[in-house]
Ligand binder design. Structure first.
Ligand SMILES: [Zn+2]
Ligand SMILES: [Zn+2]
Length: 394
């Protein structure tokens, strides 16, 4: 029954491909930054409205858009999440549909995710007398600053939902491949600021000051030992202190220095432990040097961890589309993804869609970012097959 239904949903191949490409290109040309996805949300809501979905709500958790499509029989309730935001990057290259907005670009592929979700919504809406359960689409703002998932969940987007699914196109995974992991998919991503406080003064009278620059230098060195001396060699951890600002002139002792950093781990407990230790070690180091240090946790996403049972269902569905050799388990990525919040709340699966363009390797979050558009129909088919199975299988 699943395969008949799948055939029905995938029946109109040419039309589907056209919708996917059109949506993706129109969205690519008009990117918006996190929490400013106003026109993007309108674009999506208009298209969902045209499908006469069972429920449509805009402005969820900021600029989020939510739509329900109900089947005709009882079944599982599956949430499909697509993120909507672009990045503050000026697009390079000369694509005909390149970003028309200066300094803003879909440089992570969220345009691809939205196009696939919209096309799945159309296929389901046209076949709603044939599938069980309910599918809820959550078009989420602000994935890039890990700020959009939580407000949507707090607004109740998971109420009545028992399974969740999402995907990310990946420019370093070959076209035709899909990565489904039974466990951790992406690292946690925490951003923090350490404010080191001393006492400013004359550069020639250091004994009358507490030099925040010297304390900051010790803090930077000390934090590296959390990786080298306090974490097991088999556990990948990254602590990067990417920004350090303090002081005003060569002959003035700085009274304050701000250090900004990020922590990445693949493990929930290790992440909590290290966040505590960063604050403790920085404060202890500063105290030992007569200063102080305040830790501010600015944004956070836990690691993205799939449910093994859900991952098995999705991998089976993917094999039906790309064949056994097409389904791989790509190494866990050290980038963060706030789909983690959905997976912390409900069993589900987040998979990677191979979208590597021909030619040179391109990275996400770069002005040169590109994907091979032929991944669109593949992603649509895998997502459709996976959602149908999640609706029906125990
Ligand atoms: Zn990104
Ligand atoms: Zn992304």
């Amino acid at each position: 029954m699943t395969s008949e239904l799948l055939d029905a949903l995938l029946a109109d191949d040419t039309a589907s491909e056209q919708h996917l490409v059109t949506h993706r290109r129109e969205l690519h040309a008009a990117p918006e930054l996190a929490f400013k996805e106003v026109e993007t949300a309108e674009y999506i809501a208009e298209r969902l409205d045209a499908l006469s979905v069972d429920r449509l709500e805009a402005g969820v958790g900021g600029t989020g858009v939510v739509a329900d499509i109900k089947g005709e029989r009882p079944g599982h309730s599956v949430l499909v999440r697509a993120d909507m935001d672009g990045l503050p990057i000026q697009e390079a290259g000369d694509l005909a549909f390149r970003s028309a907005r200066r300094g803003v670009m879909h440089a992570c592929g969220h345009d691809v995710h939205m196009a696939i979700a919209l096309e799945l919504a159309r296929a389901l809406a046209e076949n709603r007398d044939r599938f069980p359960g309910m599918v809820r689409f959550a078009f989420q703002p602000a994935e890039e600053c890990a700020g959009g998932a939580r407000p949507m969940i707090e607004a109740g987007v998971l109420t009545g939902i028992d399974r969740v699914i999402g995907l990310h196109v990946w420019s370093e995974l070959p076209l035709g491949k899909v990565s489904v992991r039974p466990d951790v998919v992406m690292a946690s991503a925490d951003q923090f600021t350490l404010t080191v406080r001393g006492k400013g003064g004359h550069g020639a009278q250091p004994h009358q000051t507490v030099d925040a620059v010297v304390i900051a230098a010790q803090v930077v060195g000390a934090l590296q030992t959390l990786v080298s001396r306090e974490t097991a060699p088999a556990s990948p951890v990254v602590i990067t202190l990417g920004s350090l600002h303090g002081g005003t002139a060569a002959n003035i002792v700085a009274g304050e220095v701000a250090i900004q950093g990020t922590l990445r781990t693949l493990d929930r407990e290790l992440r909590a432990h290290l966040l505590g230790r960063i604050a403790e070690l920085a404060a202890g180091t500063a105290a030992a040097m007569r200063g102080g240090c305040e830790f501010r946790h600015e944004s956070a996403a836990p690691p993205v961890v799939n449910d093994p049972g859900m991952a098995t269902i999705v991998a089976e569905a993917a094999r039906g589309v790309v064949g056994a050799a097409g389904v791989v388990a790509f190494e866990p990525l050290k980038v963060g993804e706030d789909f983690a919040y959905f997976l912390d709340a409900r069993p589900g699966c987040f998979f990677l869609l191979g979208g590597a363009p021909e030619g040179a390797r391109v990275g996400h979050h770069t002005a040169e970012f590109r994907i091979d558009e032929r991944c669109l129909p593949i992603g649509f088919r895998v997502m459709t097959a996976a959602v149908l199975r999640l609706l029906q299988e125990n």
